[in-house]
Design a protein around this ligand. Structure first.
Ligand code: ATP
Length: 295
């Protein structure tokens, strides 16, 4: 079911078109990624969707509500790229200030979030003393206090290590299941969009592609497995995959997924000297779609 739609959404800063006639559809309960490089227009799009800045032209529709209506704002949660929390206050104080802004706050939901995000033990610590991962978890908790229908995450894992990132996504995915939360995230990384139901690729404010992660990978950014061997003929004779590149001592193929790569490696283990596995990346998608290297 459709939750949010933009029609020809456009933002100009003087003569510069930051967002250019963007048509996006976000369905209820989906995780949707806006993928693009620095300056692509992702944050500007989010800012318009949350009512922080006015579009120059175009429309945003959310179940019949206008962006500037408080009823719409109450359905949103936002985690900005740069935290808006007070460095000198404790986690608890930061959370309570926000919580006090809401009438009829569901305190059992609040406690569940603090618990699930493992914030209970750092509630009395000042925000400025927290690690990057802890800060992000507090930012996310704060954005969810009102039990929003839709959560905006602007580059949520910039600067985070893999454990922190995984912890946050495990929590968010559970929340998607339990309360049907819709999430819109902006990111530079294809890996971060991995769990997304749908990805919009944006370049210079324009929509250049919209598809599922699997389809994008299949079309533009396949993983590549390169096998190095002194017995290439033997491998080639028994390989069912198409060879995409070949040298004197190596062949490269595009496995469908990790499992296929592992099966190929196991099958030819006695014949392989070594191997490389290169994941398809957002850069591959951009080069394929825009013909440009990443700056
Ligand atoms: N207030 C503003 N005034 C003038 N230009 C702006 C303003 N805000 C954004 N821009 C420009 O609009 C373009 C899009 O910026 P935006 O921040 O939306 O990109 P982004 O995709 O979010 O990039 P990043 O990944 O670096 O955050 C950039 O060229 C930026 O310089």
């Amino acid at each position: 079911m459709q939750l949010l739609e933009t029609k020809e959404l456009t933002k100009k800063f003087k003569n510069y078109v930051a967002v250019d006639h963007l048509n996006l559809t976000i369905n209820k309960g989906q995780l949707v990624a806006l993928l693009g490089h620095n300056g692509a227009g992702k944050s500007t799009t989010i800012s318009m969707l949350i009512g922080l800045i006015q579009p120059t032209s175009g429309n945003i529709e959310f179940e019949g509500l206008k962006v500037n209506e408080s009823k719409y704002r109450r359905k949103l949660g936002v985690v900005f790229q740069n935290s808006v929390l007070d460095n000198n206050l404790t986690v608890k104080q930061n959370i309570d200030i926000r919580a006090n802004m809401y009438k009829n706050l569901d305190s059992s939901f609040k406690n569940k979030i603090l618990n699930d995000l493992e914030l209970s033990s750092i509630l009395n610590q000042r925000y400025k003393t927290l690690s990057g991962g802890q800060r992000r978890r507090v930012d996310i908790a704060r954005s969810l206090l009102n039990k929003p229908e839709i959560l905006f995450l602007d580059e949520p894992s910039t600067g985070l290590d893999i454990q922190s990132r995984n912890k946050i996504w495990e929590f968010l995915n559970n929340l998607r299941k339990s309360i049907g939360l819709t999430i819109i995230l902006t990111t530079h990384y294809l890996e971060e969009a991995e769990d997304a139901d749908f990805v919009y690729v944006i370049d210079k404010g324009k929509l250049v592609e919209g598809d599922t992660v699997d389809n994008l990978k299949n079309k533009y950014a396949k993983d590549t497995l390169t096998l190095y061997s002194d017995h290439l003929k033997n491998i080639k004779d028994n390989l069912n995959q198409k060879i995409v590149e070949e040298t004197e001592n190596s062949i490269s193929i595009n496995p469908e997924d990790n499992n296929e790569a592992i099966n190929i490696l196991s099958k030819f283990k006695p014949l392989i000297t070594t191997f490389e596995y290169q994941r398809g990346s957002m850069d591959d998608i951009f080069i394929a779609l825009t013909g440009k290297e990443v700056k």
